[in-house]
Ligand binder design. Structure first.
Ligand code: ADP
Ligand code: GN1
Ligand code: MG
Length: 358
């Protein structure tokens, strides 16, 4: 593809000579840029609908990456941002669009675990990430998307979208709306516990999909956690839960055949082991509610896809008109399967917690 002029605005080694679209993120536009010196970079146009203040997004991510590098003493433990020719890490172009660039990491990035061990390694990465940020100066973090994982607020937005019916799609999704509303109480469980002071706020990643961690192609151990756009105070159970939602699913997020969608308990166990091995500072209550994190994250994303479908696909990147509805249906099918496996999830978490925490 044609190299966007913004690629030339950064301090790359060599001059950009090739460019392709890259990755499967739902939010930003991601490009892989190669220079005539053979260096590779990721160039992203930040989604301004989602991120109202892109400079704050980059400031947070830079703060976290520098903190991790210093703490671990490992220069490769976090993404390395490249500045533009004026020294800025968030580049604003002539049209008012915001861009950022980082070193491309030669690694594998999975859409689904190829083995329980892969998934275990991703859990160690996200658990370690959260653990390492336990003393991050939280007051320096900008709140990027207020109420990001406030599930009752997601329900408020769903109800607004139902009332507005902006895309005229409401009549075609009555079954999905009814299911969402039937699960509203479950959706509010952890938010209630947070408000009651039963669960602590921590600095969390908030978007712990498997494709937001890079693995070493040979050793298959984690290299670094990426997509730091939503690092904000949050619940540990939600970081755990979003990984479970995406990684234990036996079908893709946008599969049409719902009969293939289940939660794989072997993968659930592998992730639990990795997460509890790394995130050692969790309270007993935080550990106990991990299965709730999985169910609520699955429900919440389903509600968000449904809301976006009703609003006419304004938030998530879609490749065809029904995709948000298809995604919503897979999440609800996955949640239904999780609900039948609640006791098994509780039993696995208790067993692993006993093995690891005593
Ligand atoms: P989005 O917010 O749209 O999900 P991401 O930051 O997650 O954007 O990037 C999208 C994809 O691009 C990732 O899932 C990963 O495959 C790839 N990617 C992003 N940054 C890098 C990097 N520095 N090195 C290698 N691959 C990357
Ligand atoms: C988005 O950016 P990406 O594709 O890693 C979304 C997450 C959702 C996820 C659903 C900032 O994640 O919250 O869980 O899609 N990110 C944002 O797949 O909204
Ligand atoms: Mg991503």
């Amino acid at each position: 593809m044609q190299i966007p002029k913004q690629a030339f605005a950064f301090q790359t080694v060599g001059t950009p000579s090739e460019c392709i679209q890259y990755g499967n993120g739902h939010i930003n536009s991601t490009l892989l840029v190669t220079t005539d010196a053979g260096r590779k970079y990721i160039l992203q146009k930040i989604n301004k609908y989602v991120f109202k203040n892109p400079e704050n997004v980059v400031a947070n991510a830079r703060g976290v990456t520098e903190f991790l590098r210093e703490k671990t003493g490992d220069p490769n433990s976090a993404l390395r941002y490249i500045s533009d020719t004026t020294g800025k890490f968030c580049h604003c172009d002539d049209e008012g669009e915001y861009w950022r660039m980082y070193d491309f990491v030669e690694a594998i990035c999975l859409e689904a675990p190829e083995s329980p061990e892969d998934f275990y390694q991703s859990a160690v990465a996200f658990g370690t990430f959260q653990h390492q940020l336990s003393d991050y100066p939280v007051e320096t973090l900008h709140e990027i998307i207020p109420n990001f994982h406030n599930t009752p607020d997601r329900y408020r937005q769903l109800k607004e979208a139902i009332a507005a019916d902006a895309a005229g799609r409401k009549a075609s999704v009555e079954a999905e709306i009814a299911f969402a509303l039937s699960q509203e109480e479950l959706g509010g469980t952890l938010q209630k516990m947070l408000e009651a002071g039963e669960l602590p706020l921590r600095v969390t990643h908030n978007d712990t999909k498997l494709n937001n961690v890079l693995l070493d192609a040979e050793k298959r151990t984690a290299l670094c956690v990426i997509d730091l756009d939503t690092v904000m105070p949050g619940l540990s159970a939600f970081d755990f839960g979003d990984s479970i939602r995406f990684g234990t699913a036996t079908a893709k997020e946008d599969t049409v055949d719902l009969s293939t969608m289940r939660m794989d308990l072997e993968l659930f166990e592998a992730y639990t082991k990795g997460f509890l091995t790394a995130a050692t500072a969790l309270t007993d209550k935080e550990v106990e509610v991990l299965p709730y994190g999985a169910m609520i994250m699955t429900l919440e994303v389903g509600v968000r896809f449904l809301t976006d479908y009703l609003m006419g696909d304004v938030y998530f990147r879609t490749h065809y008109p029904e995709q948000n509805l298809v995604r919503c249906r897979t999440q609800f099918a996955l949640l239904k399967d999780m609900l039948t496996k609640r006791e098994e999830m509780d039993r696995i978490v208790a067993k692993i917690a006993k093995e690891i925490r005593g």
